[in-house]
Design a protein around this ligand. Sequence first.
Ligand code: HEC
Ligand code: HEC
Ligand code: HEC
Ligand code: HEC
Ligand code: HEC
Ligand code: HEC
Ligand code: HEC
Ligand code: HEC
Length: 394
Amino acid sequence: MLPAMTARRLIPVLAVLALLGFAARRHLPVAAAYFDRESCIGCHGRDNAQLLGQWMGSAHFTAGVGCVACHGDDHPAMFAAGGDVSPKVCATCHDREYTEFSRGAHARAESDAVQADLFKAAPPEIQRQGCMTCHSIGKRFPDGGTGRCNHCHTGHRFAAAEARAPHACEGCHMGPDHPQMEAWNASKHGINFRALGDPGTSPTCVGCHLGGEAGHDETSNMTLGRGAAGAVLEGEPQAVPMKTLTRAEFDERRGRMLALCRSCHSAKFARQALEDADQIKRTSDQLVAEAADIVRGLERDGLLQPMPADRAPHPTAGHALVLGGAGLYTNTSAIEQRFFEMARFHHSITFKGAYHFSPDHTHWTGYAAMQADLTFIRDEARRLRAEGLRHATP
Ligand code: HEC
Ligand code: HEC
Ligand code: HEC
Ligand code: HEC
Ligand code: HEC
Ligand code: HEC
Ligand code: HEC
Ligand code: HEC
């Protein structure tokens, strides 16, 4: 106990001494490769004063975890890494968090995105700024580590408290294909949290998805809600490509979610709310399936304008029609574009809104918009068929 306490008291003193040492040397030209433990603080305390202040306010500083523990002492190697640090380095001290994180979806975010056809069809600057800014939460490092812990614990405070706030999730879990933030904001949970500011009274993202038994695996209580288009039970029809899970997996995972609700709600109330959301997912799947059948029928009868054979090839499917999943929003036809919006956006808004208890997302911007899409798709199909008929019988 005593040596630890002494060491803890000594760190601020050492840091100040190091700073003073560098203040004296600051008029020297940036010397050649002379880097030791103190020199990090010297140069960077001068050039990036706030960065140093953040580190000094962190749990790492208190515990004596310095610059070298994360960055090493090889400056050219740090430049090569763009200043970033592999999660394997964090894992040397936080093995449990890294292992849990590796089981979840965040760890796969980069590899899932680069395999996506939408990614292959996008220009490189869109890939970097329009995909990877979010999907780098699963960044793959040269040492085999995957993940960017600092998406939720930003440098150089690396605070647990920051990650507990809903804002930590906001930058990525928003927008028309995954509006969890907007839906939670519009739900009683979000409203109550904003009014009272107490996660013990009303749940935040982390209260339902991270921490506790799940730790850093955010997928442990996911069932039909998971994935871009959600999932179905094994053997159930898929309107567009979806993940699948077995009945046993469903029961186990749902059990974990219900256990969380029960700290504030009766089991009956919570089960009913989740079953309604499951049913809303199935109902919206059926609407997508109906629309997909209409578009596939047109393609079979050669009536899409233009037909897939007459346009730029899809990155992996070539001249075949692709709906949902790997479907694109470039080089398609008007009816397919409307199908994209229905399957990718309005379908997601409906069921993701329902799982987050936002009546507005579930109904007005979700279900109602899907009905409008279907009306348009039926109408457009009638028009294309009538036109096709006129061409066939001049
Ligand atoms: C002699 C001064 C000096 C010393 C000593 C020094 N650095 Fe740097 N370091 C710099 C400068 C200058 C840069 C470039 C800053 C910029 O681009 O604005 C830099 C950049 C970095 C970067 C960012 C690299 C990137 O690609 O963005 C990291 C990380 C870093 N240093 C960490 C350290 C660590 C850890 C130590 C101690 C082992 C250390 N530095 C020692 C001056 C120094
Ligand atoms: C707990 C691990 C950890 C410690 C300790 C740490 N860093 Fe970092 N550092 C990171 C990570 C991760 C990044 C990547 C980007 C970020 O979060 O800013 C980074 C980024 C940087 C950068 C580039 C930042 C930018 O935005 O351009 C510099 C410079 C840097 N660190 C210097 C230091 C110095 C100097 C120290 C010691 C005072 C230090 N780091 C301590 C993990 C650490
Ligand atoms: C050399 C060991 C070491 C390394 C490397 C390290 N940490 Fe830590 N970290 C600690 C210690 C010690 C603590 C304080 C005690 C604790 O909470 O476990 C801590 C605490 C934390 C906390 C909790 C802070 C709080 O607010 O309570 C977070 C978050 C964290 N580290 C993230 C990271 C990340 C991210 C990396 C990699 C970029 C990293 N650590 C690298 C040792 C390390
Ligand atoms: C998706 C957001 C997110 C990411 C990414 C993330 N964390 Fe965390 N982390 C959290 C949350 C939330 C907490 C607080 C959990 C709680 O209160 O039970 C936390 C807490 C911690 C703690 C403190 C643990 C404790 O018991 O106090 C450490 C250490 C930590 N994280 C390390 C890491 C490391 C290492 C990585 C990368 C492998 C990482 N985190 C990535 C959200 C994240
Ligand atoms: C009251 C608990 C609760 C809160 C609070 C909550 N969620 Fe969820 N979340 C759920 C449920 C229930 C599901 C569906 C689980 C399933 O598949 O059975 C879900 C699903 C998800 C999914 C998978 C896709 C989807 O929407 O179906 C993501 C991503 C997600 N939540 C992120 C978040 C984020 C980010 C926040 C905060 C803005 C948040 N959640 C707040 C309960 C919650
Ligand atoms: C604003 C942040 C953000 C941007 C930008 C973004 N994504 Fe995503 N992406 C997500 C989130 C969050 C999910 C998880 C969806 C959910 O669970 O609701 C996701 C899910 C996915 C999935 C599904 C993974 C699975 O197996 O279910 C793929 C593939 C994907 N994104 C690819 C891309 C591509 C390619 C781009 C760029 C063209 C992109 N994303 C842009 C945040 C983003
Ligand atoms: C930097 C962007 C980013 C941040 C920050 C982020 N996520 Fe994610 N999240 C993603 C992406 C991307 C995916 C989908 C990864 C995949 O499946 O390939 C995802 C997946 C998930 C899933 C699993 C859904 C599924 O489809 O399996 C949950 C739950 C989740 N995130 C919750 C959270 C929570 C809670 C937070 C805040 C504490 C958070 N995320 C912070 C980008 C992010
Ligand atoms: C930390 C406490 C807490 C947890 C955990 C929690 N809730 Fe709630 N929930 C609340 C509060 C508070 C309200 C508002 C109650 C009221 O209107 O009096 C609420 C309201 C609701 C409502 C009603 C929405 C409306 O507009 O009337 C539903 C549905 C709901 N919760 C479902 C769930 C489900 C399902 C879970 C688990 C996935 C869950 N809640 C977890 C605190 C919680």
